[in-house]
Design a protein around this ligand. Structure first.
Ligand code: NAD
Ligand code: ZN
Length: 367
């Protein structure tokens, strides 16, 4: 039986449903939150080929009419304005009205693009997330951020638009390339470090999760969503600079710099950059005396045991300290030009700091 996690986000709150075989039962699960039994499904071509038939059958079994199935090309390049317009035109041509729900079937790219389309179509229509990557199940499908990329940077155009329900079917993860599964797991480890008890679970069972064990994945998704929803509920629109959603950036100041240096060319996955970022954030915390050397050692050992890079030297790319420092100085999460890091005293005890001496960061990156 699926697990149901009620989250207090958006106007009415919603449920995150986690378990096996949810696509085939999707109609019955989502019907109670639909204003009318009509949907448009947005997916990417790879996910559609694998999982759309099961979702379609699940919707039709509950007499939910699928007005259109819109598949975009797989990959980050679909998160752009031209693609958004195309998706919107196709939705409206198919007869979408204010009571039609947009269903996003896919990874974070589809969720962000379809969610933004739902946020702006007729000034907002209902939206359902059916995430099919581990990253999307543990991170992007919960929290309400939607959007597309601009030339000026990633996710710079978007809207907050919470889904009516999230269906995280762990069976869909069986077709995910193992490297994508491991990359998504980096966000689980991050949530573990933010939460505490989840970190202990990660050290004991994270290996089973990245090996594809269904029970371990269900636990990882459920507890990640619980943590993320609680953090977001305290700061739904990211207004706090010190706490709240900013804490979810653990490992991301370094991670974004690494990704930007690779030019978002797909050779470094976001989760891989985050894994290295987590190792660096823990090491920086130890260098600054906030925690003992035990924590960076354990973080790096755990990520490595899960098949993730955890040190810059684990990556096949070469980075210069100057280039990474330059990227971090330009991070969009900075305020008043100050670099902001999320640091840890230990699992479950994290905080943000904009007072990290540059020299500490350069020394860390030089090692
Ligand atoms: P993605 O959506 O590009 O999916 C990764 C790849 O896996 C794609 O090629 C896709 O076709 C394939 N795929 C997806 N599901 C599959 C399955 N079940 N079986 C086989 N292949 C499958 O990438 P992602 O890692 O899921 O998401 C990354 C995006 O998420 C980024 O654009 C990022 O900005 C965004 N994001 C958003 C938030 C948020 O809060 N909105 C948070 C984190 C990340
Ligand atoms: Zn991330």
């Amino acid at each position: 039986t699926p697990r149901r996690l009620p989250v207090s986000l958006g106007e009415h709150g919603y449920d995150v449903v986690v378990g096996r075989g949810l696509l085939g039962r999707a109609g019955g699960l989502i019907a109670p939150v639909l204003p009318a039994r009509r949907v448009v499904v947005v997916s990417d071509a790879a996910v559609a080929a694998l999982h759309l038939p099961a979702l379609r059958a699940g919707l039709e079994a509950a007499e939910i009419k699928v007005l259109a199935e819109i598949a975009v090309p797989p990959g980050e390049s679909s998160k752009d304005f031209a693609r958004l317009q195309d998706v919107l035109e196709r939705m409206l041509a198919a007869g979408l009205d204010r009571r039609t729900t947009v269903v996003a079937l896919g990874g974070g790219v589809v969720g962000d693009l379809a969610g933004f389309a739902a946020a702006v179509a007729m000034r907002g229509v209902p939206f359902v997330q059916v995430p099919t990557t581990l990253l999307a199940q543990v991170d992007s499908s919960v929290g309400g951020k939607t959007g597309v990329n601009l030339k000026a940077g990633k996710n710079l155009a978007g809207a907050f638009h919470q889904p009516r329900i999230v269906l995280a079917d762990t069976d869909t993860l069986a077709t995910l390339p193992p490297r994508e599964l491991r990359a998504g797991y980096a966000e689980v480890a991050k949530h573990g470090l933010l939460q505490g008890a989840l970190w202990d679970w990660c050290e004991a069972h994270g290996g089973a999760a990245v090996a594809g064990d269904g029970d371990a994945l269900t636990h990882a998704v459920l507890e990640s969503c619980r943590l993320k929803a609680a953090v977001v509920a305290a700061d739904e629109r990211e207004e706090s600079a010190e706490g709240g959603r900013a804490l979810l950036n653990l490992g991301h100041t370094f991670g974004h710099a690494l990704e930007a240096e690779c030019g978002f060319d797909g050779t470094l996955l976001h989760g891989e950059a985050v894994a290295v970022g987590l190792g660096l954030a823990a090491s920086l915390s130890a260098r600054l005396g906030h925690c003992s050397q035990e924590w960076p050692s354990r973080v790096i050992a755990h990520l490595a045991a899960c098949g993730l890079p955890a040190r810059i030297g684990d990556l096949p790319h070469r980075f210069t300290v100057d280039a990474l420092m330059g990227r971090m100085a330009k991070d969009k999460k900075n305020r008043d030009g100050q670099m902001r890091f999320v640091l840890l005293r230990g699992p479950g005890d994290v905080f943000t700091s904009s007072e990290v001496p540059r020299e500490a960061v350069t020394a860390l990156l030089r090692d």
